[in-house]
Design a protein around this ligand. Structure first.
Ligand SMILES: [Fe+2]
Ligand SMILES: [Fe+2]
Length: 168
């Protein structure tokens, strides 16, 4: 049985994952408007990943006898001034999520809640990957600058990303 405190914190985390899913759909739409379909695809997949994260936490909370409480999700940003700005917004949000996962881990340890601590390790590794992949794309975009052929190539590359549900 999970503590009320951990239950509340996990419910907050589910809400944060759903916010992220909507933020990435909002960014997806920004790219769609510019016909940058590869970038739009990248963020569509990013959004599906966030929904998967929320689902994983939802299932865990049920499994340990907690109560899932769905809350209102804040509206994400809808205006992006540039491609770089959209990616900077993404990186800033991922860093926020990393901090909140770290905080959850800290509280799981304080409470000697080893099951939740173990559950959260998957998310610790996931956040390392998320931050690395967005930072990498930001660097590439800065390198590209206003070279439209290079941007076209990256757009094509990002169009190949597909969502695959993690097995573990
Ligand atoms: Fe996430
Ligand atoms: Fe994420």
């Amino acid at each position: 049985m999970i503590s009320k405190n951990m239950e509340n914190m996990l419910n907050e985390q589910i809400n944060a994952e759903l916010f992220a899913a909507n933020l990435y759909l909002s960014i997806c739409s920004y790219f769609q408007d510019q016909e940058l379909d590869g970038f739009a695809n990248f963020f569509r997949v990013q959004s599906k990943e966030e929904l998967f994260h929320a689902g994983k936490q939802f299932d865990y909370l049920h499994a340990v006898g907690g109560k899932v409480t769905m809350k209102g999700v804040d509206a994400p940003e809808t205006e992006f001034h540039s491609i770089i700005h959209a990616f900077e917004t993404t990186l800033a949000h991922e860093k926020k999520v990393t901090a909140s996962i770290n905080n959850l881990v800290k509280h799981a340890l304080i409470e000697n809640d080893f099951a939740t601590h173990n559950f959260l390790q998957w998310f610790i590794a996931e956040q390392v990957e998320e931050e690395a992949s967005i930072s990498n794309l930001l660097k590439k975009l800065r390198m590209i600058g206003d070279n439209s052929s290079a941007l076209y190539l990256l757009n094509t590359e990002l169009g190949n990303r597909v969502f695959t549900e993690p097995t573990a």
